[in-house]
Design a protein around this ligand. Structure first.
Ligand SMILES: *Cc1c(COP(=O)(O)O)cnc(C)c1O
Length: 830
C-alpha cells in the first residue's frame, strides 16, 4: 500500500487537502476513474477506501497489542450479524465525519448523498443479529480484546417488495458490487469435515481413541471486517467464514471419466455459506442449516486453537485465555467440536477436556417460544456428524449420572432433563446441550431470565442455580443516536456536553431541562424535522402524503403473531369506525406506520401484511378519514430504514403478549430518540418503565403472571368478541371482506384464528389497549406535557446502552479486561 496521505491516528487531524488527495488517489488508482467516468457508486468506493486506510494502522496495532500482551480474548459466535452500513459509523467512530463532509463539499460532493449508495450488510434476521452488531461496537469502544465470528452469507436477509399488498422476497445479492469493508484472508483456512465414519482404537496407554475417517470436506475461508471503537485506537475483527471446495478431487470420479461431474459435486459444497435462513424465532430442521451451524462452529473453534497455540502449549490455560459466548443455541456444536479436538487430536482425558470446555463456554438464551427451540434429529446427526453424536451421547450419560446423584428416585425429572428427547423422532435438544456444557446461562431481560429459571429451564436451575444470570440487552448509542439522529445529538451535546457518547448515564442531565420551554421548543423542532424527513421518505416510497404534524405511531419489527401487529390493526380499524360514525370527532391526527418482514413460509404473518396494506388502502382513500388517520406499510425493514424511522417516532408500539418477547431492543432505540412507549409489561419494557418512570410510559394489558393464570383457567376469546361492540365490528369487517372486496374470504383465516384459539391473547388485551390509546390521544393534545415526557424518556435511557450490557458480560462471565492499544513499528518486513 501507498505511503499515507492521511497522518496516522493519535496525531493532528488531517487537513481537507490530505483527505481530498487520498480520495482522488483511490478514485484514480484503485478504481481507475476520473470525473467523467465516475458514478455515484465509484465516489462512495473512493471514500470508503480512503476511510479504510485510516483504520489500517489501528487495526494492525490492535491485533499486535493483543498478541504481545497475551490478552484473554472473548469470542462472540453468532449465526447472524445485522451490521447495516459501515461508512457513516466508521466516520463517527474515527471522529472524522465533519472533516470529510467539508473536504468533499469543497469538491462539490455531498457525503450524505454518496453514503446512500452503500448496501446494508444484512447478515441477520432481526433483534438477535442486531444485538451482535451493537455488541461488537461496544466491545471495540470499551477496548476489549474481542472477535465476532459468523458466516459470510452470499445472500443476506431477503429484500422485501410489496406487490398488491403482499410480500414478495427478492434475493439480497449484497456482494454484487465490491465490498470495501472485507479482506479475504487466503491463509486463514480450515478444513471442515462431514459424514464419514468413526474408527475406534487403543492408544499405547490402553485408552480408547477415536478417529473420524472417510469424511467429505469443505474449506472455510476467512474474511475479516474491521470493527472500530469510538474515540480510541481499537479496531477489532469480525471474521466471517465462506465455504470453498477443497482442491482434492475424488480420483474415482476421474478414473470413471466423470471430470465435469466431479467438479460439479465439489462446487455444491460451496452452497453451505450461500444463504441466510430467513426465519426469525422459528427453528428450521433442514440439513443445510445443520451443515451451516457446524461450519461456523468448527471453523471458529479451529481458529481459536490456532491463535491460542501461537502463544501456549499448555491446554490447561484455555479457560484463562479464552471465553466463548454462544449467541443462542445456533453455534452450540462448538461444544462437542472443542471436545472432539481435545479428545481425539490433543489426546486429553474426558474429565480434563470436559472441565476445560465447560469453563470456556457461556450460553445466551434469546427466546422461550417452543417453535424456536432447536432440535436436531439423531438420525440426521448420525449421518452428518457421527463423531459429534457419540460425544453428545457421552456428555448426556455423564450429565444424567450427576443429575441422578442429586435427584435419585426422580426418573420423571431425569427424562425431562435428558439432552436426548424421545418424543416423536429421537432428537437432540440443543438448549440443554448448551446449558450442560456452559458455566454461564443468561437471559436478556430481568423478566426473561426469571422465566428461564422458573419455567423453561427450572430443572436445570434446581441443579445449578449458580450458572444462571441476567444480562439485559442494550443498544449502541453511537449508531442509534449519534449517527442516526445528528440533529438531536447536537442539541443534547450543546446542552449537557458529549460525554453521553461513551457514558449514556450522562443523559440524566437532561432531566433538569424537561420543563424548560426554550429547550422543549428546540426538542420539538428537531422531532418535527425528523418527521418531515420520514414523511418525504414515505411519499417517495409509498406515494402517500402524511402530515409531520400528525402523531407518528410506529410498529417496526419482524412480523410475528406474538408481537401482535394484529392488535394494532384492530385498534386502527376501531379508530376508523369511530371517525366514520362521528364525522365531527375531534381526535389528534395520526399516522400509523408499520414495517417488518415475515418469514417466507409463515402464512399468517404474510396474511397480516396483506391486511395492513388492505386496511391502509381503504382508510387512506376515504375522505372521511382524511387528515385524521393514515396507515403506512414501509417495505423492506432494515437497519438503514430503521435509522430514518426511530428519530421520527412519537409513539413506539411494544405490545407483545406478556412473557413472550425476551427483551426487545427496538423499544430501546425508540425511547432513546424521544418516542413514548405504549407497551405491555414484557421483556425490557418493564425495565424501561422503571428507568423513565411509570408516569412517562403507557402500560396496558395483562402481565406475564396474569397471562399464565388466564391460560390455566381456560381462555375463551369468543367472550371478549361478544361483549365488545367495537371489537366485534372490527373483526366482522375483516371477516366479511370490507378490506378485500375482490376476494371477500381472504382475511377470514385471521378472524377464525382469533375466535378459535387466539394463542397470543389479543382479544383479552384489546379493551385495555384501546383505552390506553385514548390516553395517548389525550396527552398529545398537550404538547408541552408530551415533550416533557419525551425528554424524560431520552434522559432515562442510560441503562440501555450496550456498553453497560457488555461491561456486565466482561466482568461477570468472561473475565476480560480492557487492553490498551500501543503503537507498533512496522518498518521491518517479516
Ligand atoms: C432493532 C432492530 C430489530 C429488533 O427490533 P425488536 O422491536 O426488538 O423486535 C429488528 N430489525 C432491525 C433492523 C433493528 O434495527
Amino acid at each position: 500500500m501507498n505511503a499515507h496521505d492521511i497522518p496516522p491516528s493519535g496525531e493532528t487531524k488531517p487537513t481537507a487537502t490530505d483527505l481530498q488527495r487520498s480520495f482522488m488517489r483511490h478514485l484514480h488508482y484503485t478504481l481507475v476513474k476520473d470525473k467523467y467516468s465516475a458514478t455515484k457508486a465509484d465516489l462512495y468506493l473512493a471514500l470508503a477506501f480512503a476511510v479504510r486506510d485510516m483504520l489500517a494502522e489501528r487495526w494492525l496495532d490492535t491485533q499486535q497489542s493483543y498478541y504481545i500482551n497475551d490478552a484473554k480474548r472473548v469470542y462472540y459466535i453468532s449465526m447472524e450479524f445485522l451490521m447495516g452500513r459501515s461508512l457513516g459509523n466508521s466516520l463517527i467512530n474515527l471522529g472524522i465525519k465533519e472533516e470529510w463532509e467539508n473536504a468533499l463539499m469543497e469538491m462539490g460532493i455531498d457525503l450524505e448523498d454518496i453514503a446512500e449508495t452503500e448496501w446494508d450488510a444484512g447478515l441477520g434476521n432481526g433483534g438477535l443479529g442486531r444485538l451482535a452488531a451493537c455488541f461488537l461496537d461496544s466491545m471495540a469502544t470499551m477496548s476489549l480484546p474481542a472477535y465476532g465470528y459468523g458466516i459470510r452469507y452470499e445472500y443476506g436477509m431477503f429484500y422485501q417488495k410489496i406487490i398488491d399488498g403482499g410480500q414478495y422476497e427478492l434475493p439480497d445479492n449484497w456482494l454484487r458490487y465490491e465490498n470495501p469493508w472485507e479482506f479475504g484472508r487466503q491463509e486463514h483456512l480450515h478444513k471442515i469435515r462431514y459424514e464419514g465414519r468413526v474408527v475406534e482404537s487403543s492408544d499405547p496407554a490402553g485408552e480408547v481413541r477415536h478417529s473420524w475417517v472417510d469424511t467429505h470436506d469443505v474449506m472455510a475461508l476467512a474474511y475479516d471486517v474491521p470493527v472500530p471503537g469510538y474515540g480510541n485506537e481499537t479496531v477489532n475483527t469480525m471474521r466471517l467464514w465462506s465455504a470453498k471446495s477443497t482442491r482434492e478431487f475424488e480420483l474415482e470420479s476421474f478414473n470413471r471419466g466423470n471430470y465435469v461431474g466431479a467438479v460439479e459435486s465439489k462446487m455444491k459444497t460451496e452452497n453451505i455459506s450461500k444463504v441466510l435462513y430467513p426465519a426469525d424465532h422459528m427453528a428450521e430442521g433442514r440439513e443445510l442449516r445443520l451443515r451451516q451451524e457446524y461450519f461456523l462452529a468448527s471453523a471458529t473453534v479451529q481458529d481459536i486453537f490456532y491463535r491460542f497455540s501461537k502463544k501456549h502449549d499448555d491446554l490447561n490455560l484455555l479457560p484463562e485465555k479464552v471465553a466463548i459466548q454462544l449467541n443462542d443455541t445456533h453455534p452450540t456444536l462448538a461444544i462437542p467440536e472443542l471436545m472432539r479436538i481435545l479428545l481425539d487430536e490433543k489426546m486429553l482425558s474426558w474429565e480434563t477436556a470436559w472441565d476445560l470446555s465447560m469453563r470456556t463456554f457461556a450460553y445466551t438464551n434469546h427466546t422461550i417460544l417452543p417453535e424456536a427451540l432447536e432440535k436436531w434429529p439423531v438420525r440426521m446427526l448420525e449421518g452428518i456428524l457421527p463423531r459429534h453424536l457419540q460425544i453428545i451421547y457421552r456428555i448426556n450419560d455423564c450429565f444424567l449420572k450427576e443429575a441422578k446423584a442429586r435427584f435419585p428416585e426422580d426418573s420423571d425429572r431425569l427424562r425431562r432433563m435428558s439432552i436426548v428427547g424421545e418424543e416423536g423422532e429421537k432428537h437432540i435438544r440443543m438448549a440443554y446441550l448448551a446449558i450442560v456444557g456452559s458455566h454461564s446461562i443468561n437471559g436478556v431481560s430481568v423478566l426473561h431470565s426469571e422465566i428461564l429459571k422458573d419455567h423453561l429451564f427450572s430443572d436445570f436451575f434446581a441443579l445449578w442455580p449458580e450458572r444462571f444470570n441476567n444480562k439485559t440487552n442494550g443498544i449502541t448509542q453511537r449508531r442509534w443516536l449519534k449517527c442516526a439522529n445528528p440533529w438531536l445529538s447536537d442539541l443534547i451535546s450543546s446542552t449537557i456536553g458529549d460525554a453521553w457518547v461513551t457514558n449514556l448515564d450522562e443523559l440524566q442531565k437532561l432531566r433538569a431541562m424537561a420543563e424548560d420551554r426554550d429547550f422543549q421548543r428546540q426538542w420539538t423542532e428537531v422531532k418535527r424535522a425528523n418527521k418531515q424527513r420520514l414523511a418525504d421518505y414515505i411519499y417517495r416510497h409509498n406515494g402517500i402524503q402524511v402530515s409531520p404534524d400528525s402523531l407518528f405511531d410506529c410498529q417496526t419489527k419482524r412480523l410475528h403473531e406474538y408481537k401482535r401487529q394484529l392488535l394494532n390493526v384492530l385498534h386502527v380499524i376501531a379508530r376508523y369506525n369511530r371517525i366514520k360514525a362521528n364525522p365531527g370527532l375531534n381526535v389528534p391526527p395520526r399516522t400509523v406506520i408499520f414495517s417488518g418482514k415475515a418469514a417466507p413460509s409463515y402464512f399468517m404473518a404474510k396474511l397480516i401484511i396483506r391486511l395492513i396494506n388492505a386496511v391502509g388502502e381503504v382508510i387512506n382513500s376515504d375522505p372521511a378519514a382524511h387528515d385524521r388517520l393514515k396507515v403506512v406499510f414501509l417495505a423492506n425493514y432494515s437497519v438503514s430504514q430503521a435509522e430514518i424511522i426511530f428519530p421520527a417516532a412519537d409513539l413506539s408500539e411494544q405490545i407483545s403478549t406478556a412473557g413472550t418477547e425476551a427483551s426487545g431492543t427496538g423499544n430501546m432505540k425508540y425511547a432513546l430518540n424521544g418516542a413514548l412507549t405504549i407497551g405491555t409489561l414484557d421483556g425490557a419494557n418493564i425495565e424501561i418503565m422503571e428507568e423513565v418512570g411509570r408516569n412517562n410510559i403507557f402500560i396496558f394489558g395483562m402481565n406475564a403472571e396474569q397471562v399464565e393464570g388466564l391460560k390455566r383457567a381456560g381462555y375463551h376469546p369468543g367472550d371478549y368478541y361478544s361483549h365488545n361492540q367495537e371489537l366485534q365490528q372490527a373483526m366482522d369487517m375483516i371477516a366479511d371482506g370490507t378490506f378485500s372486496p375482490g376476494d371477500p374470504g381472504l382475511f377470514k383465516p385471521i378472524v377464525d384464528n382469533l375466535l378459535g384459539n387466539d394463542p397470543y391473547l389479543l382479544l383479552a388485551d384489546y379493551a385495555s389497549y384501546v383505552a390506553c390509546q385514548d390516553e395517548v390521544d389525550r396527552l398529545y393534545r398537550h404538547p408541552h406535557e408530551w415533550t416533557r415526557k419525551s425528554i424524560l424518556n431520552t434522559a432515562g435511557m442510560g441503562k440501555f446502552s450496550s456498553d453497560r450490557t457488555i461491561a456486565e458480560y466482561a466482568r461477570e462471565i468472561w473475565g476480560v479486561k480492557p487492553e490498551k492499544v500501543g503503537r507498533h513499528s512496522r518498518r521491518d518486513l517479516p
